[in-house]
Ligand binder design. Structure first.
Ligand code: SAM
Ligand code: DTB
Ligand code: SF4
Length: 326
């Protein structure tokens, strides 16, 4: 896609950290919808070009067979789902996928592995994948589970730009969703990533039966990180048959849009990614998410194991909205 450059002021430094209490974020959720949209779009315009969207493509480099029991996840060994476990992909196959993603217009390539955490030998192999993808001129991101001492540094030295590690839900909801690890384990890995100087991609999932107050607590937790994550994926639960969360009541679309808006207002400089669940949303809801301040999407026909709108549909949608890729 050939595009004219867009002139837009973007501050070079992050703004000062503001501490958000859960009730402050809940007050945002409680605003009349149009008021919330106006505030979110106003913040968005101060920090980003409102007509630009960044495209990241996902690849599952090691699928299924995961020993964790995250109740939303089709890759857990604890649940009987349609996902087939595979070994870690070879370098050539990963590079082919990365080249295709770049040709289709993605600027970031995110590699996901269904591990509780990588072993030292896994990290060496993923480091090779990262440097290969980086050499293609793509930004790199990996999501591999909990990291051990030295892992983040090895990935950084290989050229890793972002590490994705979600806190997923409010601290007081966490134990309802996952029992094989603690909320604090996530924070520990996030500290290691920060400590190594790798940018943090951290967000959560909406629609897992949490209350509005718990959605607000998830956003407050992210916004109070020092500094808050550079990239904040907001996933809409994709209900997969066989997982414990399959069949639960679906969240109202406006509540999802409100969550995006709250993320934008509380983390003004972050890339807020409209992540999983777009296939179930329709164009109008996605457009509202962009209005609420989402400025990044996963691009490509597949997320990790579930579907995503195909690239033609996304190009059509962005075209209809007059949005350009950043
Ligand atoms: N195993 C690693 C981990 O858990 O950090 C990396 C891969 S894991 C699949 C990455 C993220 O995908 C999870 O933290 C969760 O936020 C998201 N995710 C997984 N299954 C999902 C689903 N069914 N719907 C929405 N998001 C999901
Ligand atoms: C994130 O927050 N969402 C992406 C990415 N980070 C790794 C993953 C979504 C996975 C959705 C379910 C699946 O496709 O398996
Ligand atoms: Fe494993 Fe990650 Fe899925 Fe949890 S979310 S079961 S850690 S792949």
């Amino acid at each position: 896609m050939k595009q004219a450059p867009i002139e837009f002021h973007r501050p070079a430094a992050r703004s000062a950290v503001v501490r958000w209490r859960t009730e402050d974020v809940e007050a945002l959720f409680d605003l009349p919808f149009n008021e919330l949209m106006f505030r979110a779009q106003s913040v968005h315009r101060e920090h980003f070009n409102p007509s630009e969207v960044q495209l990241s493509t996902l690849l599952s480099i090691k699928t299924g067979g995961c020993p964790e029991n995250c109740a939303y996840c089709p890759q857990s060994v604890h649940f009987d789902t349609p996902v087939e476990a595979t070994a870690l992909m070879k370098l050539d196959a990963v590079l082919d996928a990365a080249k295709r993603a770049k040709e289709a217009g993605a600027t970031r390539f995110c590699m996901g592995a269904a591990w509780r955490g990588p072993k030292d030998r896994d990290i060496e192999k993923v480091a090779e994948l990262v440097s290969g993808v980086k050499a293609l001129g793509l930004e790199t991101c990996a999501t591999l589970g909990m990291l051990d001492v030295g892992h983040a540094e090895t990935l950084r030295d290989a050229g890793l730009d972002y590490y994705n590690h979600n806190i997923d839900s409010a601290p007081d909801k966490y134990a309802d969703i996952i029992t094989t690890r603690q909320f604090d384990d996530r924070l520990d890995t996030l500290r290691k990533v920060r400590g190594a100087g790798v940018k943090v991609c951290c967000g959560g999932i909406v629609g897992m039966g949490e209350s509005r107050s718990q959605r607000a607590a998830l956003i407050a937790e992210l916004a109070n990180m020092e500094p808050y994550p550079e990239s904040v994926p907001i996933n809409h639960l994709v209900q997969v048959e066989g997982t414990p969360l399959h069949g639960m009541d679906k969240i109202d679309h406006f509540e999802f849009v409100r969550t995006i808006a709250a993320a934008r207002i509380t983390m003004p400089d972050a890339m807020v990614r409209l992540s999983a669940g777009r296939q179930q949303m329709g164009e109008a809801v996605q457009a509202l998410c962009f209005l609420a301040g989402a400025n990044s999407i996963f691009y490509g026909d597949k997320l990790l194991t579930t579907g995503n709108p195909d690239v033609t549909a996304d190009q059509e949608l962005l075209g209809k909205l007059g949005m350009r890729t950043a």
